[in-house]
Design a protein around this ligand. Structure first.
Ligand SMILES: [Mg+2]
Length: 162
C-alpha cells in the first residue's frame, strides 16, 4: 500500500450536512457527489479507512447509539455489500459542554484507534475533515491533514493522490 490509514470525518466529508439537524435515520443520509466511489478507490491505496465523527445528537437525546449504528450499517452496505470498506467507526456521543477528550478537536478517538490498531503508521496517515476542529485534531495526533469543502471534495482529493 502507498499509504497507511485514512481517517475520515463523516458529516460534510462523506455525506451532506443537515442544517441544524442530526441524521437520525438513513433516509436523511445523502452521499456527497463522488464520495462513495472515492472511498472505494481510496481503499486501494490505504491499508485502513477509519471514521472519526462527533455525534452530539446522542448527548442531546435526539438519537440513540442504536439509531447511529443502524445509519452506519446502512452506510457500509451502500458503499459495498461485498466487503467492509470502513474498518472501524469511532463516534463521540458527548455534548460539547461536557468537555470530553474524544470530541474533536480532542484526539481521544484517534488515540483509541491507535490502541485498537497498534500498527497504524501515523506519519503515513491522513485525516480528511471539513471543520477546523478536524484539522486541529489531526495535527495534534500527527497525521497529514486535508480540509475539504463544497468545491474541494473528498472525490477531488482522492483523484489527486491515486
Ligand atoms: Mg464534518
Amino acid at each position: 500500500m502507498m499509504y497507511d490509514t485514512l481517517f475520515l470525518d463523516r458529516d460534510g466529508v462523506i455525506n451532506k450536512k443537515l442544517e441544524g439537524r442530526y441524521i437520525t435515520d438513513f433516509k436523511d443520509f445523502e452521499f456527497i457527489k463522488g464520495s462513495l466511489d472515492a472511498i472505494i478507490n481510496l481503499k486501494s491505496v490505504f491499508n485502513k479507512i477509519i471514521i472519526v465523527t462527533n455525534q452530539q445528537g446522542i448527548g442531546k437525546e435526539i438519537m440513540s447509539v442504536e439509531d447511529l449504528q443502524i445509519v452506519h450499517e446502512k452506510m457500509q452496505e451502500a458503499i459495498s455489500k461485498e466487503f467492509k470498506c470502513i474498518n472501524k467507526i469511532y463516534f463521540c456521543p458527548h455534548l460539547e459542554s461536557e468537555e470530553c477528550e474524544c470530541r474533536k478537536p480532542g484526539i481521544g478517538m484517534l488515540l483509541q484507534s491507535k490502541a485498537d490498531f497498534p500498527d497504524i503508521n501515523i506519519s503515513n496517515s491522513f485525516l480528511v475533515g471539513d471543520s477546523d476542529t478536524d484539522i486541529q485534531a489531526g495535527k495534534r495526533f500527527g497525521v497529514k491533514t486535508i480540509k475539504v469543502d463544497n468545491n474541494f471534495t473528498l472525490s477531488k482529493w482522492a483523484n489527486s493522490i491515486i
